[in-house]
Design a protein around this ligand. Sequence first.
Ligand SMILES: [Zn+2]
Ligand SMILES: [Zn+2]
Length: 266
Amino acid sequence: MSLPPDYHMHTPLCRHATGEPVEYAKRAVAVGLTEIGFSDHSPMARDDFDNWRMNASQLDEYVEKVRKAQRDFPQLTIRLALEVDYLPGHEDWIRDLASRHPWDYFIGSVHYVSDNWDIDNPAKLSEWNHRDAFEVWSTYFDRLTMAAESKLFEIIGHADLPKKFGHRPSRDCTPLFETFLSAAKKSGCAIELNTAGLRKDCREIYPSRQILELAFQKGVPITFGADAHASAEVGMNFAEAVQLARDIGYRECCQFASRKCRMIKL
Ligand SMILES: [Zn+2]
Ligand SMILES: [Zn+2]
């Protein structure tokens, strides 16, 4: 079985990943991938926004690291991308980033449900104790819907991230999922099957089977990403992710170059 592209991986510039792009590329070849894409956490307009991303002045260095991997591994297709945080009000900054380099795609991710709470940050895990899980999921999906509507992104990242540590609302979230997926379909955004969830407390791929089934019914296309923060994680659990997508009915996924999508066989 040929594996789909792994479109979600990081570099040490984000300060919480290890290994250079060339090491990730080497691993990709070793596990049988033919295409990958680097999508490190994008800089914010303000470098002191948080401490888990590159500074704006390091963007050129990031691009050069990816270019080096492209030069060293001509047998592997390597895309240049970013995982961009979506926060309402950051749209102009995101457009500015888009204009700086010839990106292949942007993954739009919501990590922040307010300017100071990134819900997946283990250092802020206790914040969950003060919050109602449904309200967090609801705010998160409102922002994810806005991200999909913004047309700033080709792919929406880890669509049910709030489950990371196992915080699941007792109320039915189906309407939140429906609204988000309708927006993704309307603006032509793909969603990713992100296998990092299997390595977290939630122990399942992002997003859930339920969300993927709804996405398939609506005709929302997919990509795959291991969200590697170390070279050993490149392509991790891809066979399982492909199996899940195929069980649901998907027979193709997206390939991106110069921010344009082409459907390829799964
Ligand atoms: Zn990260
Ligand atoms: Zn992320």
